[in-house]
Unconditional design. Structure first.
Length: 365
């Protein structure tokens, strides 16, 4: 069996053609920057950044990618972009990724997260140059019973809110296409390896999305405003963005070189690093070393949001040799350092972010 690396192999990625959907987002931007540092030829396809500031602009992601702005629902533009890029590896991250937004616009959420996935899978059905496809979904794809239980990859898909259920549907679509069109009985001369990746509550520098805890904290700090918290006791599997991204890259290498990795994978933190919203905020305030006016709601929102959610990462740990490197305190420290450099130090954020990636890589050296 191919040797599993603890970190992405630069010799593997150097010169590879990689297509990323959602590269203008927070998570896609970090992935694009790391891939460019590894020497990959990155083509990004997504909508333009929808926040100001944004990770895409702060780190000048357009300078390290062939950046295409388009809608994942625009089949013809997406198809021509993939044909022109001729990617060997596709990592699909484009999504409507906010729970509260999904209540406001459920139809758009379902279209983007389900039809968007279908569009890519249909396009690559007859593209023999695509060797590996990873659909990045969410820990919220599971039918969450909200008990002390860590969800395994084989557990039932579900989702109480439109966002969560749309991710469960995206998983089902991916599985159906894998079994129907990308298997040993396929007519394709070279079978594309198809997998999905489910991560926890991803945080890190450069996220300014609406209705997310850590972005809301830094918005409040930078604007000297009070912060109102809906669910202080909610427990989440917090993890730094570099943790799952490292997993996606390791998985893609294995999928490219081997059979046996075309399935679903969980990339979450160790259970001891799950934490309540209130505890995360207290640690943020401590490490930022500044008083923040925070009020906690006593009334639950009428719109359902998960109160307890954990992932079982035992399969990923044993088969991919992937495991989390950062504790919750490390994660918050990395995040605070990034925002401190953005707001207070006026650094070149692309170079600083690359330095954080190097610092992260050094943890296993």
């Amino acid at each position: 069996m191919y040797k599993v690396n603890l970190f992405p192999d630069k010799n593997f990625w150097n010169g590879k053609n990689v297509f990323i959907t959602g590269h203008s987002g927070f998570k896609g931007g970090w992935l694009s920057l790391w891939l460019s540092q590894l020497g990959a030829n990155v083509t990004g396809y997504s909508l333009e950044p929808n926040t100001d500031p944004s990770f895409y602009n702060a780190c000048d992601i357009g300078s390290v990618t062939n950046s295409i702005f388009g809608n994942i629902l625009d089949y013809k533009k997406l198809e021509s972009s993939i044909i022109n890029a001729k990617p060997e590896i596709i990592i699909h991250m484009a999504a409507q990724a906010l729970v509260l937004e999904s209540y406001k616009n459920p139809l758009d959420t379902y279209k983007t997260n389900i039809i968007g996935t279908l569009n890519i899978l249909e396009i690559i059905r007859n593209k023999s140059y695509v060797k590996a496809f990873i659909n990045v979904t969410s820990d919220k794809c599971y039918e969450n019973i909200e008990k002390q239980y860590s969800y395994k990859e084989t557990d039932r898909m579900g989702g109480h809110d439109p966002y969560s259920s749309s991710k469960g549907c995206s998983e089902l679509v991916t599985s159906a296409y894998r079994l129907s069109f990308f298997n040993e009985n396929s007519d394709k001369s070279s079978i594309t390896s198809i997998a999905s990746a489910r991560s926890g509550n991803v945080v890190g520098g450069g996220d300014w999305s609406a209705d997310r805890l850590i972005p809301d904290f830094f918005k409040a700090v930078s604007q000297k405003k009070a912060m109102h918290i809906r669910h202080p006791s909610a427990t989440r599997p917090w993890q730094h963005v570099l943790e799952p991204i490292r997993g996606y890259l390791i998985l893609a290498e294995l999928m490219f070189k081997n059979e046996g990795y075309s399935e679903a994978w969980n990339f979450g933190p160790n259970n001891k690093d799950t934490s309540t919203v209130k505890n995360v905020l207290e640690e943020l305030a401590l490490q930022w070393n500044e008083d923040v006016d925070i009020s906690y709601s006593k009334d639950r929102s009428k719109q359902h949001e998960a109160n307890l959610l954990n992932l079982d990462i035992s399969k990923t740990t044993s088969k991919l040799n992937w495991h989390p490197l950062l504790t919750i305190k490390n994660t918050i420290a990395f995040t605070c350092e990034w925002y401190r450099n953005f707001y207070l130090e006026d650094n070149n954020m692309q170079l600083y972010t690359l330095d954080q990636i190097k610092k992260y890589e050094s943890l296993l050296k």
